[in-house]
Design a protein around this ligand. Structure first.
Ligand SMILES: Nc1nc2c(c(=O)[nH]1)N[C@H]1C(S)=C(S)[C@@H](COP(=O)(O)O)O[C@H]1N2
Ligand SMILES: [Mo]
Length: 348
């Protein structure tokens, strides 16, 4: 394994990304006018350490543990020869929106000060984890499945790893080797990563090297300290608009955005263009997949110059709606309150 010279291997131009240490968030205005998926060149990157450069010809995935009958290794070619599935799925960091605890609620939390750009939707192709587990023969007493990354150990906590219950592992988890039609890029887990629909981003372990199946409950720093008690992603919304965008007075325009939820489909999106005094229902049509997002739009002809707060509030099929404020979270996870997006209406 080699290391990329920078923490992130792909280019991080300023119009696509805001860099936070070893990680980088997508600028939402870079999704404007694009299709359903987030192109690889602007998909956010969350690295605990550095993107490793792995040689797929010598790489092996070791699947073992007390919970399996026939432990074995899989090569890249063996995985690619197995029956594959393709899923359109969002990956979102649990800390997405952390910055708004501080800027909107004046009660900040430590950690990466993400805006709303720590999410992306890609078309992932790979082998259902269920198939791999069936190959090795999961024993009736199996409890947890522990995927481990091959990136450098994080501080003194060892390799990045977080257990999944066997039930989720056998349900809809993908061992992915393609992203948006090509091989996984190095930053997103080449040669192989997990994709865990609806769950916090940390579940989707990149640079997979090892999967242990246990007969007891497993504990790692990633389910006892970091990302403790966070599993499914809540409801959120974002405008495909620059922060502090300048919008010309009078001319009708279409405001676009996207909403998503780890619990299921979005059923309603309301937008306020006056800081929450009045709300209008946004329109949506076209693709909306469970475990991904709903693109929506609303027409607007701004009538007064000045600063305005745009707000979007979505509701999912379980009835979960974005509140206006949420209680403090010590680690700043799951900021699902309505985000106040400032714009400036100017003489055109
Ligand atoms: N091996 C490994 N897997 C990892 C991480 C990591 O640092 N190392 N980061 C996790 C976190 S916190 C998130 S949010 C997602 C981000 O995936 P992305 O970088 O492809 O957007 O990967 C997860 N998988
Ligand atoms: Mo994350």
């Amino acid at each position: 394994m080699k290391q990329a010279t920078a923490a992130i291997a792909k280019p991080l131009p300023d119009h696509l990304f805001r860099v936070h240490g070893n990680s980088a968030e997508m600028r939402w205005e870079s999704m404007a006018g694009l299709g359903y998926h987030t192109p690889n060149d602007r998909f956010f990157v969350r690295n605990h350490t550095f993107t490793p450069l792995i040689d797929a010809t010598t790489w092996r995935l070791n699947v073992h543990g007390a919970g399996v009958r026939r432990p074995r290794e899989f090569s890249y070619d063996e995985l690619r020869a197995m029956p594959s599935r393709t899923y359109d799925v969002a990956i979102e960091c649990a800390g997405n929106g952390r910055r708004f605890y501080r800027t909107q609620q004046h009660d900040g939390a430590p950690g990466t000060q993400w805006g709303l750009g720590a999410i992306g939707v890609a078309r992932w192709r790979g082998v259902p984890l269920r198939h791999l587990l069936n190959e090795v023969g999961v024993l009736p007493g199996a409890v947890d499945v522990l995927p481990t990354g091959l990136d450098a150990p994080f501080e003194d906590h060892g390799h990045v790893r977080r257990p999944l219950p066997v039930d989720k592992a056998m349900d809809d988890v993908l061992v992915a080797y393609e992203m948006n039609g090509g091989p996984l890029p190095p930053d997103h887990g080449f040669p192989v990563r997990l994709v865990v629909p609806g769950w916090v981003g940390i579940a989707s372990i990149k640079w997979l090297g090892d999967i242990e199946i246990s007969t007891t409950e497993l504990f790692t720093p990633w389910n006892t300290v970091f990302y403790r008690d966070v599993t499914t992603q809540p409801v959120k919304s974002a405008f495909e608009l620059e922060w502090n965008a300048r919008v010309p007075l009078g001319s009708p325009r279409v405001l676009r955005g996207r909403s998503w939820s780890g619990h299921g489909r979005i059923v309603r999106v309301e937008v306020s263009l006056d800081g929450g005094l009045t709300w209008r229902q946004a329109e949506h049509h076209g693709q909306h997949l469970v475990s991904a997002w709903l693109p929506w739009h609303i027409e607007w002809a701004p009538q007064r110059t000045g600063t305005r707060l745009l707000m979007a509030r979505a509701t999912d099929e379980t009835g979960a709606t974005q509140p206006l404020t949420i209680p403090r979270h010590p680690f700043g996870y799951h900021f699902d309150a309505v985000v106040q997006h400032p714009i400036h209406v100017v003489n055109g």
